[in-house]
Each structure stands twice: as structure tokens, then as C-alpha cells.
Design a protein around this ligand. Sequence first.
Ligand code: F6R
Length: 249
Amino acid sequence: MKIYKTKDYDAMSRKAADIISAQIIMKPNCVLGLATGSTPVGAYRQLVEWYNQGVLDFSEVTTVNLDEYKGLPRDNDQSYYYFMNEHLFKKVNIDKSRTFLPDGMEADSETACRTYNEIIHATGGVDLQLLGLGHNGHIGFNEPDTSYAKETHCVTLSERTIQANMRFFASEQDVPRQAYTMGIKTIMSARSILVVVSGEDKAEIVKTAFFGPVTPQVPASILQFHSNVTLVADEGALSQCPALFHSAK
Ligand code: F6R
């Protein structure tokens, strides 16, 4: 695993955007696996800025997102579909017919997950998968004790994740209890993986996930077994880790 330590959130975002844009430049028709949440927002902002400067072209890029809440319509401002449009898709020249998320409004979980797996397989596989890291070590919505063998599946969110996501909703009752998520098997099939983490509140889980034992209790720990993972994290997030990393401007 390659680890880049950055001074702060902005530098982390810039470094992550560097890596994503390098992928797009090297392979204009690449497949990007994308994440939502607060951590990647700065990287998306930087990519949009470079697009506006004429440096980046998204016209041949395909995207598949990690996850989507079950039961939230696409026009709900907390749906991940809405998030991706707001932060990236509507701001760049991506072909919307090549941007994919699980269908949160498909009530039948089996249909929703099977359809999404077929979409991912049809892309030919993810070239670069972007991931954030949950406080409990989740990646996507793969919560502790998840099976490593699953592709897209329906999950019931843990209490900790519901609490963490509550900040985006009017009340705790409004936070959906279920979501569709790429499984660990899907994530591990990506040709390369980029994990972004910021803030001291994530320091403990960064140490546990990337320097502790590989265990389903810490879903992200499986990434230690992937051959092409880059972690870009700021000083706060890396504050409990041994000093084994590169510094990034
Ligand atoms: C987002 C996702 C989640 C987040 C994680 C970290 O699509 O699947 O795993 O990456 O919850 O969220 P933030 O970045 O808000 O701390």
C-alpha cells in the first residue's frame, strides 16, 4: 500500500484529484468507482475546477458508485444520486447515460443488486475505485462482520452509521435503515483503489484498518491484501500511525 500524508483536508483533496485525473488522462475511457460522503467533496471540487480550465475531459468516462440508500427517490437531496449530480456529474462533460448507481427505488433487493452487478460486469471492471472510510471501518456500506465474498447486496445500517449520517437529515427517523452497496468482493476486484481519509476523529480507525489484523470486523482491513491501494490522508488521520509514508504537497 502506498500512503501519502498531506498537511490538511485541502491538500488531501488535491492529491486525490491528482490521482483520479492521472487515471482519466492515461485512459480516457476508464471506469471510475465513486464514493459519496463528506471526504471526497474537495477532490470532486478540484476535478471540476480542472475541467473548467480545460485540463480534464470526462466525455468517455464511465462511473459506478459504491452505494445508494434504499427507498430514497433520486430527487431527494440526501440520495447519493443527487449528491453525485450536485458535486460532479452536472458540472462536467460526462455522458449521464454512463453514470451508474444502485437503484434505491427498486423495492426488490434481489433485483436491485443483480441488476447492479450486471452493470458493473458489463463495464469490464473498475479501473480506479475511490473509497472513504467509516469510523467503524466500513467501506461502502459494508459494516463490521460483513462477508468478504459478496458483490452488490442489501445491508441494514449499523447504529453507529445511522448516528454518523444523521447530520445530513432533519431527524434520526429520516435516516434510511437500509442501503444497496457494492460488496467487498466487488471493491477488491477494482484494478486500483484510492482511499481518502481526513481528520483526527478517523486516526484510530486508520491505524486499526491499515496496520492492524485483517478481519471482517474491520471491513477496510481487507484492503491490505489488494495489490494496488493508495491511501491519501491528512496529518490528523495519520496521527496514530507509524511514519512510513510519503509526504504530498
Ligand atoms: C460513501 C460511502 C461511505 C463513506 C464513509 C465515510 O459512498 O460508501 O462508506 O465513504 O461513511 O464517510 P465520510 O466521508 O462522510 O466520513
